[in-house]
Ligand binder design. Structure first.
Ligand code: NAP
Length: 443
């Protein structure tokens, strides 16, 4: 029998993910030890309430409420408490005491990532965070290691399972947003307070992490443009379907050059967008996640799977644990987070994309020409235009109060040009209302 060096593992948090990590670590300890080349001894699990029921159960003798003391004796600390504090302070203490740290805490990384990475670099420790984006899906290691020799051009991600579940239900069962959200809550896919998911905050944290890693640049959370799904309607989804698109909440980051200033930078943004129904991301159903990467040499890659779930996320955490243990066995400093490119983060106005705009207009001769002129005056070129009569009206009836619906697809235009066009449309006399403006991605 091989005698391994023993590594002491402290676990902070014994909730959905933590309890699974503890259970799998105890159950598969020997196998993980042979993969890591070191014994992995779980020395304790810090929780708030020792008497709370846990699934799976954690041996009582491992539980403690004294997280500060627990980390002092650890070689590797796994933080699965969530939230900013005390997680941040505990991680900093763990790093300063020489431990490597594994975390799944996207909120903390998106908010205090640079501080934590700097602290780790100072002492030669390493911070692992595979589970922070996309749950079980390997995406951090592929970006950091497998694609280290390539140049990432763009990432399109479905990184929030709750909103994908809701939009998918709207798309496939014709449910309204309210009804789909109620179903998601009932089935446990949405929290009692769904704001973080449906307003895009969770996806914004994840895209800040992905953008920082992919473009070797610190992308702060407040530089991420964020729009949630609360204004997506069943009518938009139906009209998208007719035009060959599906609506997805996309987390996007890309390297781009601002057309007006020539400045090269990074854009990071979250919004509901249309993608062609033939795009691989269109086939991501239910609460699944997927990250689609466009790289210069590798071409297109897609990473797909469960974006959440206690056991699924525990898989990613334990992968980090084996990596951290191997590093301890080999010795030497951890790999620092690379921000060498230090590109500026560009505002949403610098982004160029296509749009689909739905308008209700006065149904009279000359209206189409007036709308087309307005678009060209704002340097937005129209690619497709379909017209249909609103309910109760016959298109082209010439009645003074008749209304027609126009769905206009544009060629690529800047956000700035599009915003000016929409403002002009909203005050134009022939336009009754701007029903929706959706970006088109993935073409
Ligand atoms: P959770 O079920 O709420 O568990 C949190 C655990 O931390 C609980 O055991 C809690 O103790 C403990 N805790 C919280 N504050 C504490 C404090 N001040 N002192 C001591 N213990 C404390 O959370 P989770 O769903 O496992 O998520 C953990 C982390 O993983 C979060 O950062 C989350 O964003 C991330 N994540 C989760 C998933 C997922 O599917 N759940 C997926 C990807 C990433 P008690 O049990 O005593 O209350």
């Amino acid at each position: 029998m091989i005698e391994y060096r023993n590594l002491r593992i402290a676990l902070l948090g014994g909730g959905s993910v933590g309890a699974q990590v503890a259970s799998l670590l105890i159950e598969h300890g020997e196998e993980l030890a042979s993969r890591a080349g070191a014994g992995l001894e779980l020395i304790g699990v810090a929780v708030r309430n020792i008497d709370a029921e846990r699934t799976p159960a954690i041996p009582k003798e491992l539980l403690t409420t004294d997280a500060e003391s627990l980390i002092l004796g650890a070689d590797i600390v796994i933080e699965l408490m969530g939230g900013l504090e005390p997680a941040r302070t505990l991680i900093l203490s763990a790093i300063n005491s020489g431990a490597d740290v594994i975390t799944a805490n996207k909120a903390l990384l998106a908010t205090h990532g640079p501080e934590l990475f700097d602290a780790a670099e100072q002492v030669g420790a390493q911070l692992y965070y595979e589970a922070a984006v996309g749950g079980a899906i390997p995406i951090i290691r592929p970006l950091r290691d497998s694609l280290a020799g390539d140049r990432v051009k763009r990432i399109l991600g479905i990184v929030n399972g709750t909103t994908n579940f809701i939009l998918d239900l709207m798309e496939r069962q014709n449910e309204s947003l309210e009804s789909a959200l109620a179903t998601a809550t009932e089935l446990g896919y949405a929290e009692a307070d769904p704001t973080a998911d449906i307003e895009g905050y969770d996806a914004a944290q994840k895209v800040a992490i992905l953008a920082s890693l992919a473009f070797h640049t610190n992308v702060p959370l407040d530089a991420v443009h964020r729009e949630g799904i609360t204004r997506v309607t069943i009518e938009q989804i139906e009209s998208a379907r007719k035009a060959g698109y599906v609506v997805k909440l996309l987390a996007i980051c890309e390297r781009l050059t601002d057309a007006a200033t020539g400045v090269e930078g990074v854009s990071a943004r979250v919004y509901p967008a249309l993608i062609p129904s033939t795009h691989p991301l269109a086939a991501v159903h239910g609460a699944n996640n997927a990250v689609f990467i466009e790289a210069e040499a590798a071409g297109d890659l897609m990473f797909y799977g469960a974006g959440a779930g206690g056991k699924e996320t525990a898989s990613a955490v334990l992968g980090d644990l084996v990596s951290a243990a191997r590093r301890h066995v080999i010795g030497g400093p951890g790999v620092a987070e690379s921000t060498h490119a230090n590109l500026p983060v560009l505002p949403i106005a610098s982004v160029t994309t296509r749009y689909q705009i739905t308008l209700q207009v006065v149904d009279q001769p000359g209206v189409l020409a007036a709308i087309a002129t307005l678009f060209s005056e704002h340097t937005v070129s129209v690619e497709t235009l379909t017209q249909s009569a609103a309910a109760g009206n016959e298109s082209g009836s010439g009645e003074p109060d008749a209304t027609a619906t126009l769905v206009i697809g544009t060629h690529e235009a800047t956000e700035a040009a599009l915003a000016a066009t929409v403002t002009a449309l909203s005050i134009n006399q022939v336009v009754r209302s701007v029903v929706s403006v959706l970006r088109v991605e993935g073409l």
